[in-house]
Design a protein around this ligand. Structure first.
Ligand SMILES: [Fe+2]
Ligand SMILES: [Fe+2]
Length: 189
């Protein structure tokens, strides 16, 4: 189980960093008057907080006591702030992070969780992996629009509070990632 405990901590660090970055990227997009992109960053920051909650629960189950995020993770906020760039570059950074998580990190973590018979960690990793793939796609679509100078229509964004899946415009009857029904989706304001 030791590898999975380590991996949950690494995932918690990555998710916390992504959440903090996306909140700053949202503010930056707002300053650049890219309001729809600002909304997407805010929504996906909230989605990362769902992954944090799930991973913390898994870690607490494995360790047999309630784990508090701040006790095990610290983010160098000053350093993150110093690396904020233009929204164009921030989107590229977000896409790279999401692709790394969905294609490499979580895949690898799932493999160890399976080997170490930790169903709770395996499920948490696999939900996050699928959601990160969707995040990558959404960021890529928005980046293409920005680069092509297309107009952004104002859309409602919904986040599944079970798995961190993000849906635009309408809520599906069943979440395609975690199979929970539409009442678990929250509209991001
Ligand atoms: Fe993500
Ligand atoms: Fe879901």
């Amino acid at each position: 189980m030791s590898k999975t405990i380590e991996n949950l901590k690494e995932a918690l660090h990555g998710e916390s960093l992504a959440k903090f970055k996306y909140e700053l990227y949202s503010d930056k997009a707002e300053q650049e008057n890219l309001l729809e992109i600002a909304n997407l960053f805010r929504a996906i920051a909230f989605a990362e907080s769902i992954h944090i909650k799930n991973h913390l629960r898994a870690l607490s189950v494995i360790l047999g006591s309630e784990i508090i995020l701040e006790d095990i993770i610290s983010i160098d906020k000053k350093e993150v702030k110093s690396k904020i760039s233009s929204t164009n570059k921030n989107l590229k950074d977000a896409i790279n992070g999401e692709i790394y998580e969905t294609k490499k990190m979580y895949k690898n973590f799932e493999k160890y969780a399976k080997k170490e018979n930790s169903d709770v960690a395996e499920l948490s990793f696999s939900l996050a992996r699928e959601a990160e793939g969707i995040h990558a796609e959404l960021f890529s679509n928005y980046l293409s629009k920005l680069q092509d100078n297309e107009n952004f229509d104002s859309v409602n964004i919904y986040v599944c509070q079970i798995c961190g899946n993000v849906e635009l415009m309408t809520v599906p009857t069943t979440c395609p990632v975690c199979d929970h029904n539409d009442k678990f989706f929250k509209k991001v304001e």
